[in-house]
Design a protein around this ligand. Structure first.
Ligand SMILES: Nc1ncnc2c1ncn2[C@@H]1O[C@H](COP(=O)(O)OP(=O)(O)OP(=O)(O)O)[C@@H](O)[C@H]1O
Length: 366
């Protein structure tokens, strides 16, 4: 099942034109510079922008056609904002129960999916111990959990999240991010997730919609999108790729964890994940260097055979001058290395060459 959109809006000088088709499952991250139209797109999906035109369908359900548009209250959506707007005089449980009275019964009955009950949602969001508290006594992260629980109670067929972590301090962020990962694994509801943060995208996204100046510039599965070298996200100084790995074993004596990546083995600083579990690694393009021969004596633990598949031309837009992105095929994956233009010429790198990629540091994404 696909979510298909071809939507437009004109607001003063700003014009948004978003055409995409993404699977109606998993998390679709919407990423782009400030002011490019991410929130506007989310509001159009929610039916909150009266002047939007075009079409929107979720599978066979047409939420918007050229002739008509479902009003927000008829769209089975949950919306989570940057800051949870809870009623300050009501306890958590009262905040959760309040909108239940207003949920449209027809909307509930139309859904073929099993209904998520209040007790199940409270358990899923881990707020059992908070239900009698008032919002003022909760941390920012706890308030966002309650806001997510409240959004889930409307039995949404689409969850819209607008930078749900951006107003939180680092500690709350680091607690809520793994929680969102777990929620994603346990829930069968497609999510559109607006974010500025590469870390959130790397950890949570299954698909990526990239936006620039009111336009969707690229759409696709996360790994495929990150492997491109012509997008703004690839051209950033902190460009990265994501590798899907499996935990093989831990070596506590060396504080290392060994991972399987296709036919290859990788070692990273020890992580807290059970052997056999799947993990995502975020690999920064600037943490990969390229060798023509396999270095025999190197302090860098991960040296993988690779084939150059592409080399960027010209200045990378949001990076230091004199750098190039070298796209490498490593096993089944495509990753980008960022190296200097000078090294590229000195080693006479060209597409098709067999090389060795040294991957210095890796960050665990979850
Ligand atoms: N109520 C409004 N009236 C007129 N223009 C608006 C309004 N809200 C937003 N805009 C303009 O629409 C454009 C897109 O804004 P939007 O908030 O969708 O961008 P964004 O990508 O979500 O930005 P950010 O990442 O900073 O939140 C911007 O140029 C903004 O100034």
């Amino acid at each position: 099942m696909q979510i298909k959109a071809d939507l437009k809006i004109q607001r003063g000088d700003f014009q948004l034109s978003a055409k995409f088709s993404v699977p109606a499952k998993g998390i679709t991250a919407i990423f782009g510079p400030s002011g490019c139209g991410k929130t506007t797109l989310l509001r159009i999906l929610a039916g909150l922008e009266d002047n939007a035109s075009g079409t929107l369908s979720i599978g066979d359900n047409h939420w918007q056609t050229e002739q008509s548009s479902l009003p927000t209250w008829q769209r089975p959506i949950g919306y989570v904002f940057q800051e949870a707007s809870l009623f300050p005089h009501l306890s958590v449980i009262e905040n959760l129960k309040y909108p239940l009275k207003r949920i449209n019964n027809r909307q509930r009955q139309k859904s073929n999916k099993p209904q998520l009950e209040l007790s199940k949602i409270i358990q899923l969001t881990g707020i059992e111990h908070l239900i009698d508290r008032l919002p003022a006594s909760l941390s920012g992260g706890e308030r966002q959990r309650v806001a997510i629980a409240r959004a889930l109670l409307t039995q949404p067929e689409l969850l819209l999240m607008d930078e749900p972590l951006s107003a939180l301090d680092l500690k709350s962020k680091s607690e809520l991010l793994p929680f969102l990962e777990q929620l994603h694994q346990q829930l069968d509801i497609p999510v559109f997730y607006v974010s500025h943060s590469p870390e959130e995208v790397a950890r949570l996204a299954d698909q990526l919609i990239l936006m620039e100046s009111g336009k969707v510039t690229a759409v696709g599965p996360l790994a495929e999108m990150l492997a491109r070298n012509d997008t703004l996200i690839a051209q950033r100084e902190d460009a990265f790729s994501v590798l899907q790995c499996k935990v093989i074993s831990h070596q506590p004596a060396h504080h290392l964890t060994e991972l399987e990546f296709g036919q290859q083995r990788l070692r990273i600083p020890m992580i807290d994940a059970a052997a056999g579990s799947n993990v995502r690694l975020r690999v920064q393009a600037r943490d990969i260097s390229i060798n023509l021969d396999c270095p025999q004596l190197s302090s860098i633990l991960n040296i993988l055979p690779a084939t150059i598949t592409d080399i960027s031309n010209g200045q990378l837009e949001q990076s230091l001058p004199g750098q190039r992105l070298v796209q490498l095929q490593v096993g089944d994956a495509l990753i980008n290395a960022k190296i200097s233009d000078y090294s590229c010429s000195r080693l006479a790198l060209t597409p098709g060459m067999q090389v060795f990629a040294q991957i210095k540091a890796m960050a665990l994404c979850g």
